[in-house]
Design a protein around this ligand. Sequence first.
Ligand code: GTP
Ligand code: MG
Length: 675
Amino acid sequence: MRTLNLGILAHVDAGKTTLTERLLFTAGVIDEVGSVDDGSTQTDSLELERQRGITIKSAVVSFVVGDVSVNLIDTPGHPDFIAEVERVLHVLDGVVLVVSAVEGVQAQTLVLMRALRRLGIPTLLFVNKADRLGARDAAVLAGIAERLTPAIIPMGSMSGLGTRAAGFTPFGAADRAFAARLAELLADHDDDLLAAWVDDEAALPYRRLRRALVAQARRGLVHPVFLGSAITGAGVEPLLAGITELLPAAQGDPGGPVSGSVFKVERGPAGEKVAYLRMFSGTVRVRDRLPLPRGAEGRVTAISVFDRGAAVRRGAVTAGQIAKVWGLGAVQIGDVVGEPPATAAAPSFARPSLETVVVPRRPADKAALQVALTQLAEQDPLIALRQDDTRGELSVSLYGEVQKEVIQATLAGDYGLAVAFRETTTLCVERPVGTGAAAELIGTDPNPFLATVGLRVEPAPAGAGVRFRLEVELGSMPYAFFRAVEDTVRETLRQGLHGWEVIDCTVTMTHSGYWPRQSHAHATFDKSMSSTARDFRQLTPLVLMDALAQAGTRVEEPVHRFHLEIPADTVGPLSPVLARVGAIPRSTVLRGPACLLEGEVPAGRVNDLERQLPALTRGEGVLESAFDHYRPVRGPVPARPRTDHDPRDRKQYLLRVLRRVPGRQDVDEGFTPGG
Ligand SMILES: Nc1nc2c(ncn2[C@@H]2O[C@H](COP(=O)(O)OP(=O)(O)OP(=O)(O)O)[C@@H](O)[C@H]2O)c(=O)[nH]1
Ligand SMILES: [Mg+2]
């Protein structure tokens, strides 16, 4: 039996969870279709999801159609939870991207499709809600072709649009127009087909076209579109058939080396960690010891493989499958188990652009809050828990206000902690503007550490992230020392010259050196003469911040692209508000009584605009926005307080790190940094 790991993606409220329910029903896994509005679906199982009627966490269910075992991952559509989508993208073999027939393509649909195309993930589209009043087919298909991708092919036609009787009829061999559209689309990537088509269009057999469609859809080159309704079930059977026919099965050799990826971590009833592992190659068995990143290891105590609707206890999980795995205490989301999978997990979406301080309502809860937030950060690393030891504050990164409410409700519901938030602030970033280099040599004043580290910092292209390179021989030092330098570089760059995270830069190690352990011939191990990884960890921040200060950085703020639809007569009163929140309209189009405005707005002001919109537009204004880029901050450069001593204040920094070294707790303010 083949396995297909399928993601359901869409903008918020498009009907992903309802469609998931309908697919499970159609495949015979459940006898009754649950409802989001009653809180009775399979995948919105969290208390909070049921209360709010939105998906917050990705959830896995499975079913079998024909000879394919499908693991379906239902994802949240709200932009505040995009991190959940990010984490599942690289474990998917294929995707159904849902678009509402009423609302059409939305900003979030664009964001998702862009990522899917960049990663080359085979994607079918499903135009949902065909039963709802106001459902359109031609206009929505035109919107998809224009805004998402021209490489689409509608797989059937609708009747009774906008009514409960809406029905979908798949095209077949007898539809000449369908065959002609297929030939035209598929010939783009298939020269033989093009030649045959040019030769004699009418003689091209439908079977040949269908074969080419399957091949190209499975490679993500073309995107078949189905239409229907998750509520009434119209079009869902053809979609299900399309999922097995047009999407590729998981590849991978069960006998190969172990390679897997952890895309979700949750806590079981007893607080134990449960890792969701997608296997790309090899087999993992109960009682296996698994190497994890960060030098950690875990011993598998139980495995549940997703199969025919549920996760069932098994002795092993093998290439292509998804399982819940117990026993990996040190596991974190995004961890690679064994060999790294072929598909690199570079981030696909923007990082959070907001930040807020979390304050316990009862001061005595501070320690408990820290434990709770640490656990939440395990499940969602992008909330990037930040502990400011100097001020005794805890802050988290956020995508938006809904995520903030969810964190608050989770802390109250799961941990019994009442919290308040300080004002939400914008998370800026720092980008190096030039090149800087610095080095400290071993045994040379004023370097008090037994290590030589030289680093050069250079700007990298937007979106490149932080890259670490070596200009010294890898064999020149024990690998653990290089590892210590690289890890510390990444850690140090979380707080740049102005306290913001440094992005998009290349750090090159230009000098390295160490003193080896004293050999047995001379004496026993003497710490004062032998380098350790700690020397490298402590020296690296000094060198890196020196180099960074030379390079210089620019503080940039996140900017959203917005799409605003308002009654034309409200443009006047709205304009000054747009100006006040720093929005810059780039285009204005009148469409009947409506006005469409597009432009840029600072991420930190989107919420402001959202709040004022209803009153200014009689409740008719619709705002969509999504992260677009970072732009240099205008006016005074905002600084973010550091959570530790700045390595540029060399003396304070050395005092702090040296006091942690056994035997040196006595160093006082009077010492000289060279000593
Ligand atoms: N009329 C109609 N309503 C639908 C259809 N599909 C979903 N809905 C309704 O649309 C609303 C949102 O549906 P969900 O299935 O929760 O949408 P979702 O995409 O999972 O939403 P998030 O996970 O929060 O992003 C619910 O009220 C559903 O009942 C459909 O085909 N027709
Ligand atoms: Mg949902």
